[in-house]
Design a protein around this ligand. Structure first.
Ligand code: NJP
Length: 239
């Protein structure tokens, strides 16, 4: 469709699947994450299939990196239509374990990372007179379960901020929150054993990341004036 779409957390899982799908459908994708070798390989893969992509190393805990991602989109392709704030970490654990560093990391990546994205893109969207924020949250935020309270808290904060943004945005901007349920990605790799058991059970029924990518593409491909605000994508077997 010729839209320019920047994606954080594009180096694996849902972000990567979304980049591939959107590029296949004609978007120009601008990829951000911390692992350059993965972004380089993904860019090469997209270009080999006839698509257009650019990448820059982006740590979403650094405000200047989000500014850099948005700048790359404008310098390379002349505009930014969509920012997908998808980077996220799920370091779930019992609160009693006091894994304070993990709590802080989730706040930094899942919450501050989205805010830095808003700070980078909102002035650009205002200047252009159009723009679309897509924020990846979680079904964990919809019904909190044990071990996931801090993770769910960061995701629910993003949900709340996204709704405020939508209301303040006026009719020229779109805001979408996407809540994935269980999706088969690298998401649970860093979890400690007691939490991993909970997630491994969910992974038995998990969806491929492409299922979420299709929902994001649906929101992006709506005609002007249509805002798909809130999407939940989960396995039929997830309760
Ligand atoms: O996980 P994974 P998903 N700066 O681990 C990046 C949500 N979600 O695709 O920096 C920048 O394959 C990391 O890149 P890198 C979840 O909360 C998932 O499942 O190179 N990027 C990688 O590309 C998250 O918001 C499930 O290490 C940073 C990406 O984030 C989104 O879906 C369920 C970063 C993570 O890819 C995508 O996660 C649910 C940083 N500081 C919500 N730190 C699920 N999978 O079941 C990490 O409800 N990244």
């Amino acid at each position: 469709e010729g839209k320019v779409v920047a994606i954080t957390g594009a180096s694996s899982g849902i972000g990567q699947a979304t980049a591939l799908l959107l590029a296949q459908r004609g978007a120009k994708v601008v990829l951000g994450a911390r692992r350059p070798e993965r972004l380089e390989a993904l860019t090469a893969r997209i270009e080999a299939a006839g698509g257009e992509a650019a990448w820059t190393r982006t740590d979403v805990t650094r405000r200047e990196d989000l500014d850099g991602l948005v700048k790359l989109a404008r310098e390379r392709y002349g505009k930014l239509d969509v920012l997908i704030s998808n980077a996220g970490v799920g370091l779930i654990s019992p609160l009693d374990d006091l894994r304070v560093e993990d709590w802080v990391e989730m706040i930094d990546v899942n919450l501050k990372g989205v805010l830095y994205g808003i700070a980078a893109a909102l002035p650009v969207f205002r200047e252009q007179g159009f723009g679309h924020f897509v924020n990846t949250v979680s079904t964990s935020g919809l019904r909190v379960v044990p071990l996931q309270s801090v993770y769910a808290g960061t995701k629910n904060a993003v949900r709340t901020i996204s709704e405020g943004l939508r209301q303040e945005a006026g009719d020229s901007l779109r805001v979408t929150v996407v809540s994935p349920g269980a999706v088969r990605t690298d998401f649970s790799e860093r979890m400690e054993p007691s939490a991993k058991a909970q997630i491994d059970k969910l992974m038995e029924i998990a969806l491929p990341p492409d299922a979420v990518a299709r929902a994001i593409a649906f929101a992006i491909e709506q005609p002007d004036g249509v805002d798909v605000g809130d999407i939940v994508v989960r396995p039929t077997a997830q309760n």
